[in-house]
Ligand binder design. Structure first.
Ligand code: IMP
Ligand code: MG
Length: 181
């Protein structure tokens, strides 16, 4: 969809070409770091699906994928995030090299919960790869090994990220206009 045809969009932050180029770079880093191993990509539904599939296609070591779904009660006012697993992984991760793939790390509450939960299942290694990092809003420090882009403190949509479940299918990432209150 053309950005100018969507009234709520302010401006495009990253074009399809920029996203593709950056994903290839990060996939090359992952390929180097996991040389001689296989990696299990775990996507957090639904936001990370677009990123995970794009990333996976450029990783040149054997890749497995699995997904988990969460319900998140964290909010933009900074109230402590409550998270629970709504759909668990299909398979065990014991002894595996796991890369948790996120769409965005914001306050860090979601990621902290997921890392604690997954670490308890005895993977061989557990790292994080995120499409977007909004470090300025971080409340709990969480280790992010791979990030495609650092973003400003503005609400963004596209490439998996939604606003009321819309705009996940945009090929670019765009900033929303501030909502009038
Ligand atoms: P947090 O790191 O626990 O605060 O939450 C991160 C989650 O909030 C992400 O996985 C997204 O689902 C959602 N989120 C945060 N910022 C944005 C945004 O700018 N656009 C769309 N979703 C967002
Ligand atoms: Mg998410």
């Amino acid at each position: 969809m053309n950005p100018s045809s969507i009234p709520g969009l302010d401006r495009v932050l990253f074009t399809e070409e920029q996203i593709d180029a950056r994903i290839r770079e990060v996939a090359a880093e992952i390929t180097r770091d996991y040389e001689g191993k296989s990696v299990k990509l775990i996507g957090v539904l639904k936001g990370s699906v677009f990123f995970l599939t794009a990333l996976a296609r450029h990783i040149e070591v054997p890749v497995e994928i699995d997904f988990l779904g969460i319900s998140s009660f964290s909010n933009r006012s900074g109230a402590p995030g409550l998270v629970r697993i709504a759909k668990d992984l299909d398979d065990s991760i014991e002894g595996e090299d796991v890369l948790l793939v996120e769409d965005i790390v914001d306050t860090g509450f979601t990621l902290r919960y997921l890392l604690q939960t997954l670490a308890g299942r005895a993977p061989n290694s557990l790292s994080v790869c995120t499409l977007l990092d909004r470090h300025s809003r971080r409340i709990v420090q969480t280790p992010v090994k791979y990030r495609c882009f650092e973003i400003p403190d503005r609400f963004v949509v596209g490439f998996g990220l939604d606003h009321n479940q819309l705009y996940r299918n945009l090929g670019y990432i765009a900033v929303m206009k501030p909502e009038r209150t």
